[in-house]
Design a binder for this molecule. Structure first.
Ligand SMILES: Cc1cc2nc3c(=O)[nH]c(=O)nc-3n(C[C@H](O)[C@H](O)[C@H](O)COP(=O)(O)OP(=O)(O)OC[C@H]3O[C@@H](n4cnc5c(N)ncnc54)[C@H](O)[C@@H]3O)c2cc1C
Length: 407
């Protein structure tokens, strides 16, 4: 049985980010780590591929950069019941194709000395005295520590974390944490022509919220093999609750005037009170929980990766992983606070007072600009305390600062 100090299960953004941050923090330890990925990159992933500025900042910080084809979005159109809002945010988002993007991250991790074994699916996990035995369809490994980066359906979560003697486990909260999204890539125009669609704007539509949708519909411009498309989709914070997502997506496709193409659907595990650490185990990315308001998970995949790299490096040095303390550190950090606030925002915007909150947000220009800066993580806005953000929202000069911050 091969022995490894650290095995990262899953080679999506969270697994790759963990490997990249580990290589930055402790290159020797990273060379002794192993990533196991069941697919072979470039592999398909059901995702709209929107990278918010904070995700782009992480790529810069890791000196990976954005090397794959992408569309830069600098405007947003937001529809709420009875009102349309246009927000000019300068660089709001870069939209990639996940197959290309994820493959580029894995290439970068390999270039930094991390071993990645593809087409190797983890089948079972078993905790033993001094580690975890990981059995794949190719062999068996002994890992001192396991990082579960295996997405929303995480096997690592199910086997090593859920039901692992957690007193605060909340089965109902757990069920509420699973969201769902459907999407379709609608061809628009010919190569080079966007057929009247604005290639620099993305759209969010909250008009189905009063009908029970705890989420929104989106339309993102994107390039597939160099041809203009719109990635259209519908997100619901809770799976199986509210209107039929496929019917909403179909109506959106008709609005877009594109051909009706097959949809794809996937669950999104959202941030909740459910634990994401256990003995010798840390979960990162969707396995731990994406943000519940918009279902965005890539920027958080990087932040989970940063946290996990720091924790495993410290554990390797100390010879033990203090997993409850590790989880508490994450929850108390600015990222944990941001996830908690987005969870609260989801409760406000998709709950009983939804109409009121959506109407307020649509009418208050200052809050829109600050909210966009905070959400996108521009210039560290998401690290400010709640009071500082509120004071800034109320102060006109700060709104101007926020506006320049986006440029
Ligand atoms: C329709 C849709 C649209 C979305 N749009 C956006 C968006 O625009 N922007 C954004 O930020 N987020 C978006 N998200 C969320 C985003 O896709 C996720 O947050 C992100 O992929 C999380 O990365 P991850 O590495 O945790 O998981 P994943 O990307 O799911 O990667 C997990 C990896 O683990 C591998 N794996 C799984 N099980 C095993 C196993 N047993 N053994 C070995 N390997 C395994 C998988 O093959 C996969 O490569 C969207 C999600 C959906 C469903």
């Amino acid at each position: 049985m091969e022995r490894r100090e650290i095995i990262i299960i899953g080679g999506g953004p969270a697994g790759a980010a963990t490997a990249l941050y580990l290589a930055r923090r402790d290159p020797a330890l990273a060379r002794r780590a192993l990533v196991l990925e069941k697919a072979r990159h470039p592999r398909a992933k059901v995702c709209a591929g929107g990278l918010i500025p904070h995700a782009l900042a992480c790529l810069d910080e890791l000196e990976v950069g954005l090397t794959v084809p992408h569309v830069v979005v600098d405007r947003a159109r937001v529809e709420v019941p009875g009102r349309r809002v246009e927000v000019d945010g300068r660089r709001c988002c870069a939209i990639v194709r996940r197959a290309e993007f994820d493959a580029s991250l894995v290439r970068a991790a390999r270039a930094r000395g991390v071993e990645v074994r593809e087409e190797e699916r983890v089948r079972t996990l078993e905790r033993v005295g001094d580690g975890v035995v990981v059995t794949t369809d190719r062999g068996r490994y002994h890992a001192s520590l396991v990082v579960g980066a295996d997405g929303s359906g995480s096997l690592v979560r199910r086997v090593l974390v859920d039901g692992h003697g957690h007193r605060n486990r909340d089965a109902h909260g757990e069920r509420r944490a699973i969201g769902r999204a459907v999407m379709a890539d609608v061809p628009i125009g010919d190569a080079g022509s966007w057929d009247g669609h604005d290639r620099a704007r993305y759209d969010f539509d909250f008009r189905a919220v009063p009908a029970g949708l705890a989420g929104y519909a989106w339309a993102f411009p994107c390039l597939i093999d160099g041809r203009p498309h719109v990635n259209a989709g519908v997100y619901a914070r809770r799976a199986g609750v509210g209107p039929d997502l496929r019917a909403l997506l179909h109506a959106l496709q008709v609005d877009l005037g594109g051909a009706r193409v097959r949809h794809q659907a996937a669950p999104i595990r959202c941030w909740s009170r459910a634990p994401f650490t256990a003995d010798r185990t840390l979960l990162v990315g969707d396995a731990a929980g994406a943000e519940p308001l918009m279902g965005e998970g890539i920027s958080f995949a990087f932040e989970y990766g940063r946290w996990a790299a720091a924790e495993v490096a410290a554990a390797a040095a100390a010879g033990t992983l203090e997993w409850p303390a590790a989880e508490a550190r994450f929850r108390r950090s600015w990222v944990g606070r941001k996830l908690r606030r987005l969870d609260q925002a989801a409760t406000m915007f998709y709950g009983r007072g939804a109409r009121l909150w959506l109407a307020l947000a649509a009418r208050w220009g200052g809050a829109q600009r600050i909210g966009l800066c905070w959400y996108n993580g521009v210039d560290g806005w998401d690290r400010r305390s709640g009071w500082a953000a509120l004071r800034a929202t109320l102060g006109g000069s700060a709104v101007a600062t926020a506006r320049t911050g986006m440029q």
